[in-house]
Design a protein around this ligand. Sequence first.
Ligand code: FES
Ligand SMILES: [Fe+2]
Length: 428
Amino acid sequence: MFKNFWYAVEFSSDVKPGKPMKVKLLGQQLVLYRKHSDNSVVALSDLCVHRGAALSDGELKGDCVVCPYHGWEYNPGGVVEKIPAHPDKGIPRKARVDSYPTQEKYKFVWVYMGDLPEEERPPLPDWSVIDDDVNYRAVTGEFLWKSNYERILENGVDVAHTPFVHGGVFGNKEKPEVPEFQIEESEWHCKVSIELNPPRSKGLWGMINPNRQALADRPPVPVSTTWWLPNMILLEIGTPMGALKIFDVNIPIDEETTLVKFVALRSFFKGAWADRDARRRIFKVLYEDQAIVDAVRPELLPFDLSAELHVKSDYNAIKYRRRRQELIEAGWGVEDNTIVGEGPARVEARVIPSPVRKEVPELASAWNYKEVRSRELRMGRGESEVPVRTERRLVMDDPEPPSAAEPTQAATTQDSTQDSTQDKEVKA
Ligand code: FES
Ligand SMILES: [Fe+2]
C-alpha cells in the first residue's frame, strides 16, 4: 500500500454536515467532517494523541472536533485548542494530529495521504465526464471485498478473463482470443484499447439492443480498460446502444480488505427507470469477479515479477507491477508508519505523516507518532522487519533521537507523551 497519493475516500454526498465520520484506508483510520464555517471537508488522523481514542466518535463544536474521551478540542489543522481538565495551563506543542489536504471532485472526497508538497504530488486523472449530467446518466454504488486491492485492480483491467468469468454478460466464450490492442501510457496510468465480441445483451438492454445478428455478423465492440496509480480503474464499453463508462476506486482499507466505490455512466436509457437495472448489472459482474479473486494466491501480489507467468494480454498488469516496484524503491510504502502496541497479539495502528511536517520545519519534533520509533519498537521486540526491497527514504526530517520524546513548554502533567505505543486496535 502506498502513501503520497490522492485517495478518494467517500462520496461527497455521504459526508454530511454536523457529524464526524470514520473512514479507514491504508490501515489508518481518519475522521472526516465538514467545517461549520465553510462546509469544506477536514480529514484528520483519528487517533487522539492523549490516550488513543477515536475522534470520529466525538462531536463537532464550531470548526473543531471534540475527543469523546477527555474532551480535547482539535481544530481543522489538527491542533488541540482546549484541554478541559487544565484550562489554565498551556497546551503542549505535541498536542496535535496530522491533518491531510482534501478536495471534492468528480462526486468524491479525495484525501492526500502523504507529506509531499503540492507541486510534487501525483495528479488526479481527468474524470470530468462524471460531472456531465446532460449526456450521461450516473449510478453509484459500493462493494466491500475481502481481497487485496492490487489483485482487484489487476482483475479490473484484465481483458482476457471476461469470456471465462463473465461469459454471458459481456464476455464471450466463443471468442476468447485477445486481438491486437492499442496502448496509451504515462508514469501514472496505462490504457489498453481493444475490440471484443460480447454476446447479445439480455434483459432490458437485450430488448432494445439494435444488434440482433449472429455473433459472426455483428460488428465488434470497442472496449478499453485503464488504471491510474494508485488504485483507480476506468472501464469503457462502446455498446451498440451507446457508451458505458465505469469509474471505480479500490480503497485499500488494509492489505486484505478493499472497499470499491463506483460511478457508472451510460449515454443511453437516461431515465431513472433504468438505474436499478444498470446497478444490478455491475453488481453481477463484481460478484463474478469476487468468486475468482478471493481465491487467488498468494493473496498479495508477489514482489518478484517472475513469480507468476505473464503473457502478452497481461500487458497492463505487467506495467502496473513495474511501477509498483519503483514506488517501493522510492520509499512510498506505508509500512514504516505503524505504531505497535504491547502484548502477545500484533496490535497496531498507523499514522502517515502529513505535509505540515515538512512545510513547517520548526514542528519537526512536535509529532507524537514517529516512523522511526515504530520501526525500532518492532525490531526491539524481536519481530522481523517489514520486507525491505531497497533502502527506504525516511519520511520525516526529525532531528531528535527517536527515543527522546521532548518535554513540552508548559504543562508537564499534561504531556505524558513518552510512549506512542498505546495498545490500539483499528476496526475495519
Ligand atoms: S483520549 Fe482524547 S482527550 Fe483523552
Ligand atoms: Fe471481471
